[in-house]
Write a protein that binds this ligand. Structure first.
Ligand code: ADE
Length: 229
């Protein structure tokens, strides 16, 4: 999978060089390219923002650098990549969407800052690819970078081969609409706290039933909204 990220803070994405995603990049499973939006400006100050038409607080990202970046990164002969703009005004990013996007051959992420990006950029991007606005959750970040980091990790780890043992992806929170069951390792007693005896019983059926029960109980307590769905 190829991933392009456009940002005015490209070094934030240095963190994608470590751990499983770093290894996946080295092995060629993930081709992640980070672009500095300011490289697509033409003035001495490398300006990417301006005051909003109609007034109001804050600054808006100018369309010209975004247009130049999209022209360079998404050529017209490209096979219409997915173009994702993280935004608190977008549709909620979920595990189901991560799974869907993990099958895309190519995703371009555009990170906005300030009060957002000039709206015409989204229309222009839609001529070159399939645009989606995705929100990490109902809170506001200073920009899209941290949201894109989270999305790239959630999507990238679902690309076949990135996580060594694919079975570990199956029993996770949100994969079956429930939260994950609690996990324990050795020692069996730690600071007077015991591991639930069923896990030491060797009875696979009983273990599976207990884990399911824990999943439902946790989900009911912490995320009743998931059960309502
Ligand atoms: N940019 C700012 N806040 C955001 C959020 N909650 N999700 C995605 N992108 C954002």
């Amino acid at each position: 999978m190829r991933i392009d990220v456009v940002s005015i803070f490209p070094t934030i994405f240095d963190a994608l060089e470590v751990s499983l995603l770093g290894k996946a990049r080295q092995s060629g499973l993930l081709d992640i390219r980070v672009h500095d939006l300011r490289d697509y400006t033409h003035d001495r100050h490398r300006t990417v923002d301006d005051t909003p038409y109609g007034g109001g607080a804050g600054m808006v990202m100018k369309p010209e650098p975004w247009g130049a970046a999209l022209d360079d990164i998404v050529s017209e002969v490209d096979d219409r990549p997915l173009i994702v703009f993280p935004s608190p005004a977008g549709e909620r990013f979920t595990q189901a969407i991560a799974r869907e996007l993990s099958t895309a051959p190519r995703i371009v992420f555009g990170c906005g800052r300030y009060e957002g990006i000039d709206e015409r950029v989204f229309d222009y991007a839609a001529e070159r690819g399939d645009v989606r606005l995705l929100s990490l959750g109902d809170y506001v970040l200073n920009g899209g970078e941290v949201a894109v980091m989270a999305m790239v990790e959630a999507i990238g780890r679902l690309v076949p081969g990135v996580v060594g043992n694919p079975e570990s992806l199956v029993e996770e929170s949100h994969e079956d609409g429930l939260l994950e069951y609690p996990s324990y390792t050795k020692p069996a007693v730690w600071r007077e706290r015991e591991v639930p005896p069923v896990l030491l019983s060797g009875n696979h059926g009983a273990v599976a039933a207990w884990r399911r029960e824990q999943q439902v109980q946790r989900t009911r307590e912490r995320r009743p909204d998931l059960l309502a769905d």
